[in-house]
Write a new protein. Structure first.
Length: 233
């Protein structure tokens, strides 16, 4: 019994010093329920409460940091394995990928708007580069037929040169190819997240005199759909 009384008194003294339950349990080997019973009437000063709050916050931050590190490591492992799954792509596979990209992001000819040329728009530089490479290497379009338009929100007018340099670097084309810049009106209550330093607008890739190429791509798209085993076009 006496050892328990001594443990209780020591626990109370440590608590009065502002130690947390965890810190006390590291020095006194008792059940947490017993400790809670012993300390339920022990008050703490404002400074001691502040110390415990700061300690809990630091612990939470350490926990969050550790979770983030684990998430980053797991994500890297998943991505690395996924990259290996792809392997080297054949010319035919690249051809089909380019068609699928245009299906999703390209301009199509409409009955009420005949003669539409090839136009592909996106803000992802990887997608833009893949499409441009597809035009040059797979479809055999000469570089001088490829033109670019930048669409950027009017609140970023002062960053026009920055956007031009960015897209020039990303695509490998001279800055002289990015003189067409168009400004989009900003919505007052926009929910866009890409409004900071990483915002470079949207890039439209155009091919000169390409209405027949657009029709050909449309035929390729229909061919994919007809042969994918879903529904006939």
């Amino acid at each position: 019994m006496i050892p328990k009384i001594e443990e209780k008194n020591k626990a109370i003294e440590l608590r009065k010093q502002g130690l947390s339950y965890k810190e006390i349990l590291e020095q006194i080997s008792v059940a947490k329920s017993s400790l809670s019973l012993w300390l339920r009437n022990v008050g703490l000063s404002k400074k001691q409460k502040q110390r415990l709050t700061e300690k809990k916050l630091k612990s939470a931050l350490r926990g969050a940091k550790r979770k983030k590190e684990i998430r980053i490591a797991v994500t890297a492992e998943i991505k690395n394995k996924a990259r290996r799954d792809v392997g080297k792509l054949s010319k035919r596979e690249l051809w089909l990928i380019g068609i699928a990209l245009y299906w999703g992001e390209g301009s199509k000819e409409k009955n009420y708007r005949p003669g539409t040329g090839v136009q592909f728009s996106n803000s992802d530089p990887y997608m833009i580069n893949l499409f441009v490479a597809w035009l040059i290497k797979i479809v055999k379009i000469s570089k001088d037929r490829i033109k670019f338009d930048i669409y950027i929100h009017e609140s970023h007018k002062n960053n026009t040169d920055r956007a031009i340099n960015y897209w020039s670097i990303q695509t490998g084309f001279s800055v002289n190819n990015f003189k067409n810049v168009y400004f989009k009106k900003n919505k007052i209550n926009t929910k866009r997240k890409n409004t900071g330093v990483s915002y470079f607008g949207l890039l439209r890739v155009r091919v000169k005199e390409s209405s027949n190429l657009n029709r050909k791509i449309q035929g390729w798209i229909e061919g994919i759909y007809n042969n994918c085993g879903v529904v006939q076009w």
